[in-house]
Design a protein around this ligand. Structure first.
Ligand code: SAH
Length: 216
């Protein structure tokens, strides 16, 4: 009984989170908003932090990493302009929350995480929730995941100093790359691959964990 009430409460808080934090700040893509309303973010945060899962800020997860602020997940998902049939590459699986949102929005999701433990936990959680369109890999995401490319869209949720060349190489013509670049606070950038090269747009200032390299 109490458990049922608690679940209902969390569902209510999630809908409120989408309105207050995401819609109000200007995210409009109806499919993105539906995905944020559906995916139970509280199932992805550490057990002790369930009560703060829908707060307006990032949260710590294992390995000194973070789960992004809900608004940033919405904003970055919207930037990719997904319609449902796409193949998407995510760099920085983390707890798998953004991954699950992408799995709602695209046909196939490939996700690369530096830490094997985080990748394993995210794979277990998303499998339990019934997602069958996600493939996980542990490694340095700066190399992308060439075997399954090219991709319609690439999202990077850790910040390198400059765009890793492998990522733009694995993008389809017309494909979009959302990536935070530089030292904190980073600039969130959207690159679009055109016949003339890469079109670059600054989106806003953000705070992401740095992209780790194999030597770190
Ligand atoms: N999208 C995640 C955000 C996780 S934070 C979410 O919504 O929860 C960024 C993640 O990037 C961390 O899990 C970190 O371990 C991972 N990361 C850092 N450097 C990386 C690299 N070189 N390759 C792949 N993942 C990396």
């Amino acid at each position: 009984m109490l458990k049922g009430r608690h679940a209902e409460y969390l569902d209510f808080i999630r809908l409120t989170m989408v309105e207050d934090q995401v819609v109000r700040r200007g995210v409009k893509d109806a499919r993105v908003l539906a995905a944020l309303r559906k995916v139970k973010r509280h199932l992805f945060v550490p057990a002790g932090l369930v009560s703060t899962a829908y707060d307006d800020h990032p949260l710590p997860i294992d390995c000194g990493q973070t789960i992004s602020q809900p608004y940033i997940v919405g904003l970055m998902s919207e930037l990719l302009c997904l319609k449902g049939g796409e193949k998407v590459l995510e760099i920085g699986t983390g707890c798998g929350y953004q991954t699950a949102v992408l799995a709602e929005l695209a046909a196939e999701v490939y996700t690369v995480e530096f830490f094997a433990g985080l990748s394993r936990q995210a794979a277990e959680k998303t499998a339990k929730l019934g997602y069958t369109n996600i493939r996980f890999k542990t490694g340095d995401g700066a190399a992308g995941w060439a075997e399954n490319g090219p991709y319609d869209a690439i999202i990077v949720t850790c910040a390198p100093a400059t765009v890793p060349p492998a990522l733009t190489a694995q993008l389809k013509p017309g494909g979009r790359l959302a990536i935070p670049l530089g030292p904190e606070p980073q600039e969130l950038k959207l690159f679009t691959k055109t016949a003339a090269g890469l079109d670059e747009r600054n989106v806003c200032a953000v705070r992401f964990v740095p992209m780790l390299r194999a030597k770190d």
